[in-house]
Design a binder for this molecule. Sequence first.
Ligand SMILES: Cc1cc2nc3c(=O)[nH]c(=O)nc-3n(C[C@H](O)[C@H](O)[C@H](O)COP(=O)(O)OP(=O)(O)OC[C@H]3O[C@@H](n4cnc5c(N)ncnc54)[C@H](O)[C@@H]3O)c2cc1C
Ligand code: SF4
Length: 450
Amino acid sequence: MDVYKRLQREVIEAGLCTHCGACVGLSNGRFHMYPTPYGPLPRPLTADTTLPEMAYAACPGKGIDYPQAFRDTFGTLPQNWLLGPYRQTYLGYAADEGIRRAGASGGVITRTLLYLLENGRIDGAVVVRMGQPKPWLALPVIATTPAEILAAAQSVYQPVPVNVLLPEMAAFNGRLAYVGLPDQVAALRRLQQLGHEGARKVAYVLGPYVGTNMYLGAIASYLRANDVRSLEEVADLQYRAGEWPGYLQIALRDGRVLRAEKFYYNYLIPFYVTKSSLTTVDFSNELTDISVGDAWHPQYEVQGAGFSVVIGRSAQGDALLTEMQTAGVLHLEPLPVEKALGMHGHMIDFKKRGAFIRLDWRARRGRPVPDYGYRPQRLTRQRKLVELVIAALFGVCGTPWARRLVEFVPLPVIGPLFNRLRLTWKQFSKPVKRQGLRADDYAVMIRREP
Ligand SMILES: Cc1cc2nc3c(=O)[nH]c(=O)nc-3n(C[C@H](O)[C@H](O)[C@H](O)COP(=O)(O)OP(=O)(O)OC[C@H]3O[C@@H](n4cnc5c(N)ncnc54)[C@H](O)[C@@H]3O)c2cc1C
Ligand code: SF4
């Protein structure tokens, strides 16, 4: 069967597309990413729908053989399957206050890209630029100046198909750094293995942790809740404006500015969470050289300013971190791996056990499931019960009437209410979620020895 038909049947129509953009980037202009309420999806532009075999091999929606990818990238399997391969875990932030505050957490990714460019190690960086081609949308770009890298700082909580840039990367004259979400990075690593010209120009791979992402409908819903009828009213949108952890900030054409604290705006997650957030298993961007997340811990949260948890994974990634620390551009202090895991216990559980339970349920309904080449050895009955509650919540909140209803509840009510419910649920489910989630206890079964 031809590649497009396979992708269509096994991935796109099955609701498993992660919106990475790789198949479009490999399509020689025959496909584009078409905006839908369920994120941008690949769609033919011509009658000829030929795609190379590479497009299937690199598609993260059909699954990525992680054990194989770990061996190909790092030459080894992870010592810790919750975190992926690593050399050292750190707490960190950019020494430059401006860069630190411009970033989503501590500005570590932006500072690293700037350092690489300043030192001639790269000539450009694949990043995501918010506000293009419309103020509420974002596009992947190759940034070649410090100003362009800085302009791409912050997190964009909507799917952006970064890998549509593959042709531009292939045509680029020089070495690249690449920032991508875990699925995009997995596709890139596969393409590097397969010898894709653009992918092989990437000398450094960086990426954020990714728990959940949301469809653009979340922004439209938030606007409607504030009596703004159309996205066309948006003049500027920032997902992590202001003091860390920041707030969603939307400037409107009529001069009004809407703001919602990050933890309050999160109430929209169960209503608009992307399907791929529920089917992917990589939280901490395990195939990068360096990955970065928010350092969620009361000790740092009270200080504001911006703190990141930073993982040096490859030898070159960790050496680069040490070099930047010595050069005084990055503040880094070693963070025990258990503490790094503890900052994200619930999200790690959501991916490392929850996702596998959700995939088992899908498979039982006869639906296609991605194959990641490994799975946890044991999933307890209690943990499955917890997942049932989460699935019911997402199921109900994702319905049109629930989405409509929530728009009638003012943010000062729904924001704190959601936050309180979230914290209570976290506390309540903690014993079950943490059971068997200590790094030492999380045993995996590798399906095929690479
Ligand atoms: C969708 C999403 C979900 C996340 N979920 C979590 C979570 O659950 N827990 C957690 O601790 N951290 C999460 N993060 C990571 C966190 O928000 C910060 O990105 C991370 O801490 C890095 O901070 P920084 O200040 O070093 O990055 P910055 O210096 O601000 O640099 C961020 C870089 O990421 C790139 N980028 C931003 N958005 C996207 C995107 N959508 N697609 C591709 N590239 C992008 C930008 O181009 C920029 O280069 C998430 C990020 C995203 C984008
Ligand atoms: S996951 Fe990526 S490669 Fe697979 S169908 Fe979606 S856009 Fe294409």
